[in-house]
Design a protein around this ligand. Structure first.
Ligand SMILES: [Zn+2]
Length: 329
């Protein structure tokens, strides 16, 4: 017997591993069970759940949403009548940076009910840590894959106080989705500092083959003026990654940064050499090909595990040169 005298309400073994239709059915069944337990109409309870996720219909929720909802519902069951309304109330206050580092308002923020890993950087987060999900932007090209639960840094801070890993993730997803990468002034400053770690880099093989002096000028100007976006072509970014792999540039790196740099370089190389023999006739030469190549990699990394391409947000500038509000795309 449980607190409520109903064994069926206990969190079930393996529930966290459910996916797809099975997960969706389990959420619907649990909403109904909870509705009986707390004596609230099923539709009204469902409205609370949808408001929490900031989604119009349950059909719009993906597995990441549904898993978290299921965990919430299970805690509601344990807390019973008194706790469930508080539990299913949306937290909307999010302090965000202003200016070129601002990201759109998150769709859902909450304290994690379960420990997990960030859907963008892969870092672990613990129970109770604030996490969130990004807005679904219907105007985005359809090939962008929604990111899972993000750690607070990736959700709110990554463009305002970027680290080298943020710049690497931007490079990876930029080249995954397009043929260039856009950086804001803060990200340009990080890249500039990295590329100028050691003067010896300018005589490295990749730099001599494709000199980066003009790129450094652009990065310096963008960092100094706080520009919202500076585009680098795929070729330039390829050279940048090759230079960053030089031993002289690696001395400043943490183990995590080294690992991510190696992963980015590995997947960029695979997109060039097609080791899995992905048929171009079927997958073309764009993001479909890159997505398939990534999925078939023989050396999985945090990047291939999380997939993509992800939209990491780009500042828009109005015709008058002002920065557009990221909440009004
Ligand atoms: Zn993260």
């Amino acid at each position: 017997m449980t607190l409520f005298g109903d064994e069926a309400l206990l969190p079930l073994r393996g529930e966290n591993d459910l996916a797809g239709l099975e997960l969706r059915a389990r959420v619907s069944a649990t909403v109904e069970q909870l509705s009986g337990l707390v004596d609230e109409d099923v539709q009204r309870l469902l409205q609370r759940v949808l408001a929490l996720m900031n989604l119009p219909r349950l059909a719009d929720a993906d597995d990441h949403d549904l898993r978290e909802i299921l965990a919430e519902l299970r805690i509601c069951e344990q807390e019973g009548r008194r706790g469930y309304k508080k539990r299913l109330r949306r937290e909307t206050r999010v302090e965000r940076p202003v200016g070129i580092g601002r990201l759109p308002r998150p769709r859902w923020v909450k304290a994690a009910a379960l420990a997990g890993a960030c859907g963008l950087c892969g870092d672990a987060y613990g129970t109770g840590e604030m996490i969130g999900r990004a807005q679904l932007d219907p105007k985005l090209p359809h090939h962008y894959v929604p990111m899972g639960w993000l750690c607070w840094h990736c959700l709110v801070q990554r463009r305002q106080s970027p680290g080298r890993r943020d710049v690497l993730l931007r490079i990876f997803h930029g080249l995954f989705a397009h043929d260039g990468v856009g950086f804001n002034g803060h990200e340009c400053a990080v890249l500039l500092k990295w590329l100028t770690t050691d003067a010896a880099l300018t005589s490295s093989k990749p730099w001599t083959a494709d000199p980066l002096e003009t790129t450094l000028v652009r990065l310096r100007a963008s960092a100094a003026e706080g520009k919202p976006v500076t585009w680098l072509s795929a070729q330039t970014v390829g050279t940048v990654v090759a230079v960053l792999q030089e031993p002289a540039a690696a001395t400043v790196l943490t183990g995590q940064e080294e690992q991510l740099l190696a992963a980015v370089a590995q997947h960029l190389a695979e997109w060039g050499t097609n080791p899995a023999g992905v048929p171009r006739s079927r997958y073309g030469t764009g993001w479909r090909f890159r997505q398939r190549t990534l999925a078939l990699t023989e050396h999985p990394t945090v990047l291939s595990r999380l997939g993509g391409p992800f939209f990491l947000f780009q500042c828009k500038v109005t015709a008058l040169g002002a920065l557009q509000d990221p909440d009004k795309p």
